[in-house]
Design a protein around this ligand. Structure first.
Ligand SMILES: [Zn+2]
Length: 453
C-alpha cells in the first residue's frame, strides 16, 4: 500500500534541482511512484493532506559514533578545560565499560533523534569493541535500526595499535588485524544488501591511521574491494605530523599508497589537509564527511569547505559522536555548517558555497559517499525517503519563497512533522508509530545508569 501526499506547498526534488509548488507525491511500496499535480490515489492508498507542507529528500548522515550518546552532557569532559591527551585518558576508560546492551540502547537513542530531525539513512562508525562486550555489537545496531525503521549503514571500525606503540587506545578495546578483518567479513556476509532499497549495508572502517597498524589498512582495502563495499576512516584531525614521523609521509599520502582512497572511500573531518592534498582527493574521487559541530566544540581549525567545493572533493555531512557534538541532529548541522563557513569567509581563497549546497551535502552528497543512487533525491523510482515540515507556523513567515536555502539559512529547529523511510512512516505527529517512546527512554536510561553510575 502506498501513501499520497496531497497538495504539498512545495516538493524539493533535490537540494539544487526543481521545486514543485502545489503538487502531490505518491509512494508505492518502498519507492516513489509519482510526483506532480493532481495525482490519482490508487485503491488502498493512504491520503495525507499536505497543505502547507514542504517535502524534502530524507537526510543522510555520514559520520557518527552512536555509542557516545551514553557519554554526553558531562561537564567534566569539557574540551576547553583539559589537554587532548587528558581528555582521551578520561573518556576512553568510560567507553571501555560499555556493554552490548549499552551499544543497543545508545544506537536506538541516536537513531531516534536523527529520525525526528529528518534523517532517513544513518552511517555509524562503530570502532569501540571492548573485549567483555563481545562481537555482536554491529548485529545489535542492525536490530535497533530495524525497530525504528531506519536505513542503516554500519561502519565496522576497530583499533589494532597498542598504547605502548603510540596509540591512545586502552588495551581492552584493541583487536588484532585478523580479528577485525574476520568480523568485518562476517558482518558483510550476514547483513550487507547490495541492491536498490537496501536497508542494511556494511562498510570497512578502521578507526584511524594513528591507532592502527599498516596491515589493518592494507587488509581493509583488500576485503572491501573483494566484497564491493565502502571504506571509511578518520583523517586530518591533527595526526598528519604523527603519521609523517612514523611513516615519512602525511596521512593522505599514507592512505593513497595502500589504495585506501577512491570513489568507494570517504574520510571524516579533514580539518588539516593542504590544498594539494584536497586536489589529490578530488582527483581520486575520495569523499569527505564534514562534521561542523565538533569544529566549534574542540576549537579545531575550521575545515576549508570552500576549497573542497571549488576543487570538486565529494562532500557529505555528519553530526559526529557525542564526544565532540552532544546532539544527533543532522538538520542542525546543515545550519551550523553554513554559519561556520560564513564566520571565516573573509579568510578563504574560495567563496562559501550557497546555502542550498549544505542541504545538498546532507542529501545527494551523503548518498554518493555511501555509494547509493537510490536515495538523496525525490523522483519516481527513487526510494521513498523524505521528511515534511508544516510551514504554516510563525517560524516560517517570510521564508517560504526559497525552500532549498531554508534549512541552512534559517535552521529547522523543531522535529519534522513526518519522516518516511523506504515508504514507511516512521515518525509522525510527534510519535514513532507502533513504538512507545516513554518505554524506550526508560529502558535506555536504566541500562546507562546500571553500567556507568
Ligand atoms: Zn568520528
Amino acid at each position: 500500500m502506498g501513501v499520497l501526499f496531497r497538495n504539498c506547498a512545495a516538493i524539493v526534488t533535490s537540494a539544487r534541482g526543481e521545486v514543485l509548488r502545489d503538487a502531490d507525491l505518491l509512494t508505492e511500496g518502498p519507492a516513489i511512484a509519482g510526483i506532480g499535480p493532481g495525482l490519482p490515489a490508487p485503491p488502498g492508498t493512504e491520503v495525507i493532506d499536505a497543505t502547507g507542507w514542504f517535502l524534502y529528500p530524507g537526510l543522510v548522515n555520514t559520520h557518527h559514533h552512536f555509542f557516545q550518546t551514553f557519554v554526553r552532557n558531562r561537564v567534566e569532559l569539557d574540551w576547553t578545560r583539559m589537554a587532548v591527551i587528558e581528555w582521551l585518558d578520561t573518556i576512553y576508560p568510560i567507553f571501555a565499560r560499555l556493554t552490548e546492551e549499552c551499544f543497543y540502547h545508545s544506537s536506538l537513542t541516536a537513531m531516534a533523534e536523527l529520525i525526528k530531525h529528518g534523517c532517513t539513512t544513518a552511517f555509524d562508525h562503530q570502532y569501540n569493541f571492548p573485549r567483555h562486550a563481545g562481537k555482536r555489537i554491529v548485529d545489535r545496531q542492525f536490530q535497533a535500526a530495524e525497530l525504528l525503521g531506519m536505513r542503516f549503514h554500519a561502519g565496522r571500525g576497530g583499533n589494532t595499535l597498542p598504547k605502548s606503540e603510540g596509540s591512545t587506545i586502552p588495551d581492552e578495546m584493541l583487536e588484532t588485524t585478523d580479528e577485525f578483518i574476520a568480523d568485518c567479513e562476517r558482518a558483510i556476509d550476514t547483513f550487507h544488501q547490495p541492491g536498490p532499497f537496501a536497508m542494511r549495508q556494511v562498510a570497512v572502517a578502521p578507526c584511524q591511521p594513528v591507532n592502527c597498524y599498516l596491515d589493518t589498512f592494507t587488509e581493509s582495502v583488500r576485503l572491501a574491494r573483494d566484497k564491493g563495499v565502502i571504506l571509511h576512516t578518520h583523517v586530518g584531525e591533527g595526526e598528519a605530523e604523527v603519521i609523517r614521523a612514523r611513516h615519512g609521509v602525511r596521512t593522505v599520502e599514507y592512505l593513497e599508497r595502500v589504495g585506501f582512497c577512491g570513489p568507494d572511500t570517504f574520510y571524516a573531518h579533514c580539518w588539516e589537509l593542504t590544498r594539494n592534498e584536497l586536489a589529490r582527493m578530488a582527483a581520486t574521487g575520495t569523499g569527505v564527511s564534514h562534521c561542523p559541530e565538533p569544529v566549534y566544540l574542540v576549537g579545531a581549525e575550521v575545515t576549508d569547505i570552500p576549497a573542497m567545493a571549488a576543487l570538486g572533493v565529494p562532500l557529505s555531512l555528519g553530526c559526529d559522536g557525542s564526544a565532540s557534538n552532544d546532539n544527533s541532529n543532522l538538520m542542525h548541522c546543515i545550519h551550523s555548517g553554513y554559519m561556520l563557513q560564513c564566520l571565516v569567509a573573509g579568510t578563504r581563497a574560495d567563496p562559501v558555497p550557497l546555502p542550498a549546497a549544505f542541504l545538498e551535502m546532507a542529501t545527494e552528497g551523503g548518498a554518493r559517499a555511501l555509494g547509493r543512487s537510490d536515495i538523496g533525491r525525490l523522483a519516481p523510482g527513487m526510494a521513498a525517503d523524505l521528511f515534511a515540515i508544516d510551514t504554516r507556523r510563525m517560524d516560517y513567515v517570510g521564508t517560504r519563497h526559497d525552500p532549498q536555502s531554508l534549512p541552512a539559512k534559517l535552521g529547522v529547529g523543531s522535529p519534522t512533522d513526518l519522516t518516511m523511510i523506504n515508504g514507511r512512516i516512521v515518525w509522525a505527529k510527534g510519535e514513532f508509530p507502533g513504538l512507545d517512546e516513554a518505554q524506550m527512554f526508560a529502558e535506555a536510561e536504566a541500562v546507562l545508569t546500571a553500567t556507568l553510575s
